[in-house]
Write a new protein. Structure first.
Length: 373
């Protein structure tokens, strides 16, 4: 099976320094270096498309631009790239969300993927008018996806749930293809919802042993539901012609972290209700030392950024080996990013992907499609 690679659209701004934000923390000043205009995001999207990335993740939250609107605009300037749109169930009705997805598929030629984000921060959820606690939010997500997936199958849906209620819901036009659902979460209830609804379970970039445990956990839950789930991982990358160059770049980024900013971000992230965020924080403990937590896996990004906080750092050959190591655990999809996102897409696309192609693990989707047809 050919590996699938996605890139990232930095709708919170981009820079030659790490841009913070996420999980209730504000975007750091570096986000203003390259504002997330449609023009700049289109540059990144077209670069990713040319290099062979299948899709691009676009985040959700108060710290970034709206993912639906932004990607709808960028899609009009690209041809093949899919958009992995992160969204939070409960902010819109499930029937409207199903309709939006169907419209998106018709207007883009079927290029929508959905990253379901239940929301791990109650204080941020309340700003949007959502006052449910974490477990209740996951229960609502389960009901939400039951409605959405039923509508996408062409069913007439009636649901009187604990959190959602619809009667006689039906779509006039079905999405073609049906968007694949990506889902993450490390808490027990998150695993249960993922097992019932996710096509791809996403984990943040933890060391391989921890990732292997997660894969076994979710795979076991999915088997009980009679379902098969693919697995993906979210990582940053710093890849260069030599290991020395890559680690020099990591040190440059680290040197740019203002100690006061690090302390403020860590205080904010310590409030997080997200089990995944807790696991990210445990990898570095807020300290600048001993950040290589596994060969070529660096936890420095998480000092100033919420969410995914680890990066693959090394020569192109070393980074390719780490990709292969994670693939050996069962990871088939990689959602990557780097600072700045435009330049780092080229470093990975021109440095690492050809090495994986030479080993028969990857093929450029635009070149593989005619052969498959």
């Amino acid at each position: 099976m050919s590996l699938t690679f996605h890139w990232f659209l930095p709708t919170n701004g981009d820079s030659r320094h790490v841009v913070g934000g996420g999980h209730g923390t504000p975007v750091t000043a570096a986000g203003g270096d390259r504002p997330p205009t449609v023009g700049y995001l289109t540059q990144i999207a077209r670069a990713a498309e040319d290099l062979g990335f299948v899709g691009a993740l676009t985040p959700t939250g108060a710290w970034c631009e709206d993912a639906w609107l932004t990607t709808a605009m960028v899609s009009q300037h690209t041809e093949r790239l899919r958009f992995l749109v992160a969204f939070r169930p409960g902010f819109v009705s499930p029937t409207l969300a199903a309709q939006m997805a169907a419209t998106y598929q018709r207007q883009t030629g079927g290029r929508l993927l959905l990253n379901v984000v239940t929301g791990g921060e109650s204080h941020e959820q309340r700003a949007y008018g959502d006052f449910l606690d974490k477990d209740a939010r996951y229960a609502r997500t389960d009901e939400f996806l039951r409605v959405v997936r039923g509508l996408w199958r062409g069913e007439r849906v009636d649901l009187a749930g604990e959190h959602l209620r619809v009667a006689g819901a039906r779509l006039a036009h079905l999405p073609d293809p049906v968007p694949e659902i990506y889902f993450g979460g490390s808490s027990p209830v998150a695993g249960e919802v993922a097992a019932r609804h996710a096509r791809v379970y996403l984990t943040w970039g933890e060391p391989p042993a921890q990732v292997a445990e997660k894969i076994a956990w979710v795979r076991g839950l999915a088997e009980k539901e009679g379902r098969d789930v693919r697995f993906g991982i979210r990582l940053h990358v710093i890849t260069r012609d030599s290991a020395e160059q890559a680690w020099a770049e990591a040190r440059r980024l680290l040197d740019g972290f203002d100690p006061r900013t690090v302390r403020a971000v860590q205080r904010g992230l310590a409030r997080s209700e997200s089990e995944g965020q807790r696991r990210m924080l445990a990898l570095h403990g807020g300290e600048r030392d001993d950040l290589e937590i596994h060969p070529n896996l660096w936890a420095g990004i998480g000092l100033v950024r919420g969410g995914a906080g680890t990066a693959l750092v090394g020569s192109h050959d070393e980074v390719a080996e780490r990709v292969i190591e994670y693939h050996g655990l069962g990871i088939d999809e990689f959602v990557l990013s780097g600072y700045p996102h435009l330049e780092e897409a080229y470093w990975f696309g021109e440095g690492v992907l050809p090495r994986l192609a030479a080993r028969g693990l990857w093929a450029h989707p635009a070149k593989a499609a005619p052969a498959a047809a």
